[in-house]
Design a protein around this ligand. Structure first.
Ligand SMILES: Cc1cc2nc3c(=O)[nH]c(=O)nc-3n(C[C@H](O)[C@H](O)[C@H](O)COP(=O)(O)OP(=O)(O)OC[C@H]3O[C@@H](n4cnc5c(N)ncnc54)[C@H](O)[C@@H]3O)c2cc1C
Length: 494
């Protein structure tokens, strides 16, 4: 497997214990949510950054022999900080040095080591071909270790499904320190790690992915609306977004903003079309004339430029920004998620707008499903939220000031919004997306895991697939060594 130059440039080989002068800065380097940086939770006894698989194997064997838990960091974006927080003595394995990417553009596949970010992956693909892409998330600093093992949802989801739908092989270090590829681990374990979260099953060391074909020219646009007009359009959007052509991804970002000194909510209709603008305009005026899309709203570019556009680099031409491993908008945050199966009534938006006016920085990101997502059966992978879901909601609240008071205020705010949304979203169970990890929806018991307790949060993320995940977990890690607050438990019902 070849190492690409960007990875070599910033290799930082290390083992550090708590008395190392570098300890704090290293710990902070991968904590993408500063909310956990100064929290009182236990810190790792050691942090190690292996450079090869045998060092990862050694770390597992040694930690287990010494009664230490392991936390694995790929990109460090876990919403609840579970890649670097743990209730018992533990070490962190930081995969920053394990991130080479080897692309076979002829076969349209790639082997990607688990410490790579999706930005590094996109950058590498663009270097090989302008008409190949990969259907993963929008933010370049997200790591493939966590992201692909939890699903991976981005602008190509309607055409190609999730990132996890496009994995064809993987390697994992199991609890005994053995390296298993797809053949050796078997189809059930291979199924589980593509959406069920890697951290319950072992340490994923690499993925083999299938690249997808994208046109040489794509079109993007962002049309912003505010106030009542925005409410009407968002309401209408719910009826069409999942039924559009598979080439058209049209999401909505709701965000509080100040317009001429008045607090309001802005709805940004933000789109990627896999084709040229002259095809997009008639599609939009037919399906969504109310938005009144004009050619001057549209920008044609190639796919990798659209990656930059969706990552927030609107005028950025240099692809190297994709190699930055720190998130662009780093601030304290709390996230939650829902799935919507019936359009939310227009009247509900008044209350959402009112709630948004009460905090510093609030978002609701509405990502449409339909098309390819409707074709993949719910049981194909652990991610079950397919046909019948119009869109996914990600709620986010962000704040700059550190400290418990601010944190509590913002967390309470998002919980209140979530409560308000109850009648409008999928229920029985109320569903959630594993990659937008939310410990509010339930956790395992402290000393031991108990399937009845875990069912509470497990069925929200995985619905009927939860039981199969438990069976797989029981087989690969019967003593439940790889565990955290929301790891899949071993079979044990109260
Ligand atoms: C700014 C931001 C933008 C995001 N954008 C998107 C998006 O567009 N689409 C989307 O679907 N999601 C998105 N997410 C959510 C993201 O997919 C998840 O948070 C994901 O788990 C992050 O993976 P990571 O490797 O960066 O995080 P980490 O914190 O490193 O890992 C997350 C979890 O996976 C485990 N893990 C990591 N690597 C391995 C491994 N090799 N083997 C076993 N377990 C492992 C960790 O221990 C932890 O439990 C975003 C998150 C943030 C903070």
């Amino acid at each position: 497997m070849s190492c690409h130059s960007a990875a070599n440039a910033s290799t930082k080989q290390y083992i550090h214990s708590t008395d190392s002068p570098m300890y704090s800065s290293l710990l902070q380097s991968f904590q993408q949510n500063p909310r956990w940086v100064n929290s009182k939770t236990r810190k790792p006894l050691f942090m190690v950054a292996p450079t090869n698989e045998s060092e990862i194997q050694a770390a597992v064997i040694c930690s287990k022999a010494n009664g230490l838990q392991i936390r694995v960091v790929s990109g460090g974006h876990d919403y609840e900080g579970l890649s670097y927080r743990c209730g018992s003595p533990f070490i962190v394995i930081d995969l920053i040095n394990y991130r080479s990417i080897d692309i076979d553009s002829g076969l349209q596949t790639a082997w990607v080591q688990a410490g790579a970010t999706i930005g590094e992956l996109y950058h590498e693909i663009a270097g090989k071909s302008p008409v190949l892409g990969f259907p993963a998330g929008l933010y370049p600093s997200v790591g493939v270790g966590g992201h692909l093992s939890g699903g991976g949802l981005g602008t190509l989801v309607r055409k190609f499904g999730l990132a996890a739908d496009n994995i064809v092989d993987a390697t994992i270090v199991d609890v005994n320190g053995k390296i298993l590829d797809r053949k050796a681990m078997g189809e059930d374990i291979f199924w589980a790690i593509r959406g069920g979260g890697g951290s319950s099953f072992g340490i994923i060391t690499s993925w083999k992915i299938k690249l997808v074909e994208v046109p040489s020219k794509v079109t993007v646009f962002t049309v912003g609306k505010i106030g009542k007009e925005a409410q009407k359009l968002v309401h209408r959007w719910q009826y069409i977004a999942d039924k559009l052509s598979e080439d058209l991804f049209l999401r909505v970002i709701l965000q509080n903003s100040d317009v001429n000194g008045t607090r309001t909510v802005k709805a940004s209709f933000n789109s990627l079309f896999l084709g040229e603008a002259d095809k997009l305009i008639p599609l939009m005026s037919n399906a969504f004339p109310e938005l009144d899309l004009k050619s001057e709203n549209c920008i044609e570019m190639n796919w990798i430029q659209s990656v930059l556009y969706f990552a927030g680099f609107i005028n950025q031409e240099n692809l190297n920004v994709l190699l930055n491993r720190t998130t662009l908008f780093k601030s304290n945050f709390k996230g939650k998620s829902d799935f919507v199966q019936n359009p939310i009534p227009e009247t509900a938006f008044d209350e959402i707008w009112e709630k948004f006016s009460r905090v510093e920085s609030a978002f609701m990101l509405l990502d449409p499903f339909g098309a390819r997502m409707d074709e993949i059966p719910d049981y194909e992978l652990p991610f079950p939220h397919r046909k019948g879901n119009l869109y996914n909601i990600q709620y986010l609240v962000k704040w700059q000031k550190d400290g418990i008071v601010e944190s509590k205020r913002n967390v309470e705010w998002i919980r209140d919004l979530y409560e308000y949304m109850t009648p409008f979203v999928a229920h029985s169970p109320r569903a959630a997306y594993f990659n937008y990890r939310d410990l509010d929806i339930g956790t395992n018991t402290k000393d031991d895991t108990n399937c009845s307790k875990a069912m509470i949060w497990g069925t929200k993320y995985f619905k009927g697939n939860f039981e199969k995940l438990v069976q797989v977990k029981t087989r690969i890690d019967p003593e439940n060594y790889f565990r955290n607050e929301q790891s899949i438990p071993v079979m044990k019902y109260a």
